[in-house]
Design a protein around this ligand. Structure first.
Ligand SMILES: Cc1ncc(COP(=O)(O)O)c(C=O)c1O
Length: 472
């Protein structure tokens, strides 16, 4: 567990056992560093995490206070929903098309600001490889993919304490191919799969395309992942596969604790279920420590771990991978029947880029910039969003998850913003079920400027007008 998580957990305990009462002021950041021995940034992360969970609130410059509603947190009731005919592909298609409109401000995009991903060294290496005939020979790069690249990726798992050999890895065209092929390899039409209620739309799309029945479980309001609902779903339905995001979850942003990950692994084994883990934001934790993937907790090779370079070097690299273990062959079969292989040129350039430690330097810079930009958006929106809104802020990635006042329709907000050439991602894309749709995912990877400020003011005004019309 991270130091900030540990501190947040201790503070949560003091609130829950009544030692700290509603509206009581917490020690200042500096006092807390002295009391706990943690660094200022760790304390700040812990306070912000608790704020995002609704346990604390910040009052101007005066500091952090215990929030009222936590005196009596609503009793948590496990919940499971069944969706036998997912229909989302058309909505996602139209949304993605709308985001391609010329001049649209890209706060609805899933990808970080390309300016931050551009890396001169990587471009130089690409240019060098582009001049060699060898780079266009596909033989060495056919499934399971370039051996040198698979070795580097396998070593990164080993360095984090997991078992992995290059034979466990299949290189794919981005994480999306890794995820889709994994799901296809493990399921037949009509099978039951489990998804988080709010999750990357690619998961819902894959379920629709493959004719799968979806069991969804809602997020836990404090812990992100609802282990009780998860267990109930496994007991109640013959679930074959789970597709989960547990680190810097898209769209909400939370990272699930190691203790819960351990319990998930135990339940996967007990109920003989496989897990496809989508971990595309694993490198974007502001502390620089990569959160552990489920592969770390999995003693029985039930996890297929998928990631890519799209969020760190650009979605145009189209290189991802799956740590597929015993399913490597099945996935390669499907790949050879569909996309054949990922680009040999880019696989070769990545080998040079990664083996000379340029990547780590690039990641350090990227994380710092993302943290700076997201904090700026957060500060501004905290002051300007109308009453009844909430912001989920977590210390990784580049998304803020905004809860609009109850009854607000985020799809209508998205459409009004579109008319102003401002992109925002409405919750319907991530939670296409018949549930509250008053959430927006906001991409905050852009450097703050006057245009952004004016766009954010328009967004806040649009939400305020909706809220007023609802209360009128
Ligand atoms: C959560 C999540 N998983 C997977 C993907 C697909 O990533 P890639 O571009 O590597 O295929 C995305 C892309 O937006 C994503 O947001």
């Amino acid at each position: 567990m991270y130091k900030s998580e540990l501190l947040a957990q201790n503070i949560r305990q003091l609130i829950e056992n009544g030692s700290w009462q509603a509206h009581e002021k917490l020690p200042s950041l500096r006092e807390q560093t002295q009391l706990s021995g943690y660094s200022l940034i760790t304390v700040l992360n812990a306070y912000q995490e608790l704020e995002a969970q609704g346990l604390l609130y910040a009052k101007g410059k005066s500091g952090y206070y215990v929030a009222e509603r936590n005196k009596a947190l609503p009793a948590h009731v496990p919940e499971v929903n069944l969706n036998t005919a997912v229909q989302i592909n058309s909505a996602v298609f139209h949304y993605l098309k709308s985001m391609q409109t010329d001049g649209i401000l890209p706060f609805g995009s899933a990808f970080p600001n390309p300016e931050l991903l551009y890396n001169q060294k990587f471009m130089q290496l690409l240019a060098q490889h582009a001049k060699r005939k060898h780079s266009y020979l596909n033989n060495d790069n056919m499934p399971p993919g370039n051996l040198a690249l698979r070795k580097i990726i396998a070593n990164r798992y080993v360095l984090q304490g997991m078992q992995c050999t290059p034979d466990d890895i299949v290189i794919t065209s981005g994480a999306l191919e890794a995820l889709n092929l994994s799901l296809q390899a493990l399921t037949q039409p009509g099978d039951f799969i489990l998804l988080q209620q709010s999750v990357f739309y690619g998961a819902w799309q894959a379920a629709e395309r493959l004719g799968l029945q979806v069991i969804s479980i809602p997020e836990h309001p404090q812990l992100g992942f609802d282990i009780e609902s998860f267990e109930q779903a496994l007991k109640q339905y013959p679930i074959k596969v789970c597709w989960l995001m547990l680190n810097a979850q898209n769209p909400i942003g939370f990272t699930v604790s190691n203790a819960i990950k351990q319990r998930i692994a135990g339940l996967l084994h007990e109920y003989q279920v496989h897990l496809i883990e989508d971990d595309v934001y694993q490198e974007l934790n502001y502390g620089g420590q990569r959160p552990l993937p489920m592969t770390y907790f999995d003693q029985h090779r039930r996890v297929l771990h998928c990631s890519s370079f799209s969020k760190t070097l650009g979605m145009g690299t189209r290189i991802g991978w799956v740590h597929a273990g015993p399913f490597s062959d099945a996935i390669q079969h499907l790949q050879l029947m569909s996309t054949l292989s990922a680009s040999p040129l880019i696989q070769n350039a990545l080998v040079d880029f990664l083996s000379h430690h340029h990547y780590e330097k690039h990641l350090r810079h990227l994380r710092k910039q993302l943290e700076k930009h997201k904090k700026k958006f957060h500060q501004f929106l905290k002051q300007h969003l109308p009453a009844g809104s909430e912001i989920h802020y977590y210390s990784s990635g580049y998304f803020l998850w905004l809860k609009l006042p109850d009854q607000c329709d985020s799809f209508a907000v998205h459409q009004q913003m579109l008319a102003e050439k401002i992109g925002v991602a409405p919750s319907l894309l991530f939670r296409p079920e018949n549930i509250a749709q008053n959430f927006i995912r906001l991409n905050c990877s852009y450097e703050w400027n006057a245009d952004i400020e004016s766009a954010m003011l328009k967004l806040c005004a649009c939400i305020a007008v909706q809220r007023k019309s609802l209360t009128a």
